[in-house]
Design a protein around this ligand. Structure first.
Ligand code: DLL
Length: 431
């Protein structure tokens, strides 16, 4: 069961030495091989030699999602394209996606990180993993797949969807580990109850992530499926899932910090925060070859805590993500920025720039409704034309974000006006 005991349980001081050695190497490597970093470092007047201690990382400039988009598609790669053996993109379909490139060694690194994560949830060769994360450009499916194969567990690469079949397979194959988004897991639990098959499901643990969830959802999942519901965190820019994972103590996610160096900074002034203080998570990849990331601003809000965990791991723990420092939303696992919805609806004639995005989660699946004010002129039009406009807006939004949303047209001046920042998003998901 134990995966890499040395790396995961070594004394903190010893790990810091390892991190520093790796940090020096990756910073020089990024500077020498990615023109983007060379330029950024020069602008900030820093050189790789300036990294003498771990704290010196603070001298380096940050990297953001927008930088990756600008370099679309392959601008952030540190190796010739022919050395990249796989690519993934972030789940958002807005504008240009973020492309992540992996060398053979990066796939090994990812498999290792995911093997460790799945091991924390009790996965060994004896287990059967039903992997409901989407396979494809999204990192969830293949990330879990590689980790499970590294362990030698039996993977059922089923992806999401076809809920009845999922449950039948769970029962017939005797699945013991479920990997999915927490919202899909709840949906599965409910469907299993409806089918009268709950008692025949033999899950021991669930590895749930890719979206925000809460302690309340954990209780619900544990009660309904009688399993240990554990949190997994990761993001495409860094590697995919496997950056951090909860052990059975369920008191925070262990970051694989010998591979991914974490910092927490204030979202306001980007100054480093002390242990226990909540801020924005910033990650530097310490060993990634194809696409090294230096001080990537995840915009996810969390805090870090040190100390030896009862499980024996000395890896720092991050608290459950409680929000973001930007307005990014994840709807059914897809990254959506409200600004893309705005752009799409304002492209349609006769629409006023007053709108509200309402997110709900009926039956454990996310739904978006966009309420849009129509102009006075259009309001007095015939019903047919109004219906046409509604459809046009739905089409325009779908083309922009890749999701079909429900559009409701409302009377002119009926949506609340605000004096400060407009409140565009009303998130009613019971998180
Ligand atoms: O969601 C990778 C992943 C796949 C993680 C499967 C876990 C399981 P992206 O699509 O690039 O990658 O989205 C990354 O999702 O910055 C967070 O905002 C959010 N996120 C991921 N895991 C969690 C979590 C994958 N456990 C973005 N809790 C991140 C809260 C999460 N938010």
């Amino acid at each position: 069961m134990i995966w890499d005991q040395k790396a995961e349980c070594m004394p903190h001081k010893e790990r810091e030495e390892l991190q520093l050695e790796r940090l020096k190497r990756i910073v020089k490597y990024a500077y020498d091989n990615v023109p983007f970093y060379k330029k950024r470092f020069k602008e900030a007047k820093v050189k790789p030699e300036h990294i003498q201690g771990l704290k010196d990382i603070q001298k380096l400039p940050f990297t953001e999602k927008a930088d990756l988009r600008e370099g679309y598609p392959f601008g952030m790669f540190a190796v010739p394209r022919k050395d990249i053996v796989e690519v993934h993109t972030s789940s958002g379909t807005t504008g240009k996606p973020v492309v992540a490139g992996y060398t053979r060694n990066d796939i090994d690194l990812w498999s290792e990180a995911m093997a460790r994560a799945l091991t924390m949830a009790g996965t060994s060769r004896d287990e059967i993993i039903q992997n409901c994360y989407g396979y494809g450009l999204f990192t969830g499916g293949l990330g879990v797949h590689y980790g499970a194969q590294r362990i030698g567990a039996t993977v059922v690469p089923i992806s999401a969807g076809q809920t009845k079949r999922q449950i039948q397979i769970m029962v017939d194959f005797g699945t013991t580990i479920l990997t999915s988004t927490p919202s899909y897991a709840l949906y599965l639990a409910e469907s299993a109850e409806e089918e009268g098959l709950s008692k025949r499901v033999k899950l021991k643990a669930g590895v749930f992530g890719a979206e925000m969830w809460t302690e309340r959802m954990r209780e619900e999942l544990e009660k309904r499926f009688r399993l240990h519901a554990l949190n997994i965190y990761g993001l495409t820019e860094i590697i995919g899932p496997g950056v951090a994972q909860e052990c059975m103590e369920k008191s925070g996610l262990h970051i694989a910090e010998d591979l991914f160096f974490p910092e927490v900074v204030s979202p306001d002034n980007l100054e480093p925060l002390a242990e226990g203080e909540k801020g924005e998570l910033v990650i530097t990849t310490l060993t990634r070859e194809g696409m090294p990331m230096i001080r990537f601003r995840t915009k996810d809000l969390t805090s870090l805590t040190r100390g030896k965990c009862k499980c024996g791991r000395t890896l720092v723990k991050m608290s459950r993500i409680t929000g973001r420092s930007d307005d990014m939303l994840k709807i059914r696992g897809v990254i959506v920025f409200p600004s893309s919805i705005e752009k799409a609806l304002l492209a349609v004639k006769g629409v006023e720039p007053h709108y509200q995005i309402i997110i709900t989660r009926p039956h454990h699946l996310d739904e978006i409704e966009v309420q849009v004010e129509v102009s006075q002129k259009m309001f007095s039009d015939e019903v047919r034309r109004i219906e046409e406009t509604r459809k046009n807006i739905e089409d325009s939004i779908e083309a922009e974000i890749g999701l079909r949303v429900k559009v409701t047209l409302v009377e002119p001046k009926s949506l609340p006006r605000s004096e400060g920042k407009a409140k565009r998003v009303i998130d009613k998901r019971a998180l």
